[in-house]
Design a binder for this molecule. Structure first.
Ligand code: GLY
Length: 259
């Protein structure tokens, strides 16, 4: 029997020193960020995830964003080489957490890769080419997963930190996309639902089983998903949004045979 695992990590006390690329720095209320993060974990738990919460790492401001440190497929986990130097020390604890669940591969220099740039839809792996992710990582990923039948494609996008700020999967063949940030033609073969134009940051959602979690700040996009027949649930994540993080960034969710 398998369980659904969600690896998370507590919000770092140094989150206010996080990396920022497209946003101006503004004060982050650490207590509120922790409260919202705890609610996020509760929602995941209520949807059947077994939460594996790693200890907070005060020396790594962005370490709550565990998604950037690994790609977890059914067959293998790939430890990334984050594009920001400040984030490379986050890897050892994530690798230790994933070791019981998957064989491990590592992205190596000169490749850089943030997990937020990796969108998996069925057997398609889209890799956003960004300030954090380069074409070398596309080649390495392709080698790691070719035997399992995945197609790995590099994708350009603009005006946001990670590919998954602009597009995420709501089913095995349907994406939620902000077409101003990524060209829909990058995803040929996938159906695309477009975010509400007033909610450009609303494309980052998490699918857990048959439920799609969306940012509570993006109600019109939530309504669009609901109108398309998806079972949706809002989650507040305003404080970590100031650190350029969104819903997918805060967990690594996968099935495992290991309790
Ligand atoms: N602050 C999120 C990141 O830059 O990795």
């Amino acid at each position: 029997m398998s369980i659904r695992v969600a690896v998370t990590r507590g919000v770092s006390s140094s989150i206010s020193e996080c990396e920022l690329t497209h946003l101006d720095r503004e004060p982050i209320d650490v207590d509120l960020a922790r409260t919202q993060h705890a609610r996020y974990e509760r929602v995941l738990a209520d949807l059947g995830c077994c939460i594996e919460r790693l200890v907070e790492e005060p020396e790594f401001p962005d370490s709550v964003f565990v998604e950037d440190i690994a790609i977890v497929l059914d067959e293998v986990a790939i430890i990334t080489r984050p594009g920001a130097l400040s984030r490379r020390g986050e890897r050892s604890s994530i690798e230790a957490a994933l070791q019981p669940h998957r064989p491990i591969q590592h992205i190596g220099a000169p490749a850089i890769l943030d997990g937020g740039d990796v969108l998996v839809v069925g057997r398609d792996v889209y890799v956003g080419l960004s300030t954090r992710t380069n074409v070398n990582s596309v080649r390495q990923l392709r080698e790691f997963v070719a035997d399992y039948g995945y197609r790995v494609t590099g994708v350009g996008f603009k005006d946001c930190l990670h590919l998954k700020s602009s597009a995420t999967a709501v089913s095995d063949d349907t994406l939620l996309v902000n077409p101003d940030w990524v060209d829909l033609s990058a995803f040929s073969g996938q159906a695309c639902i477009v975010v509400d134009p007033a909610e450009p940051r609303g494309a980052n959602v998490i699918r857990v089983g048959d439920t799609v979690l969306f940012g509570a700040d993006f109600p019109r996009t939530g309504e669009r998903l609901s109108a398309e027949g998806f079972d949706v649930q809002p989650v507040e994540a305003t404080e970590l949004a100031k650190a350029e993080g969104a819903l997918t960034c805060c967990s690594l969710i996968f099935e495992s045979a290991q309790a």
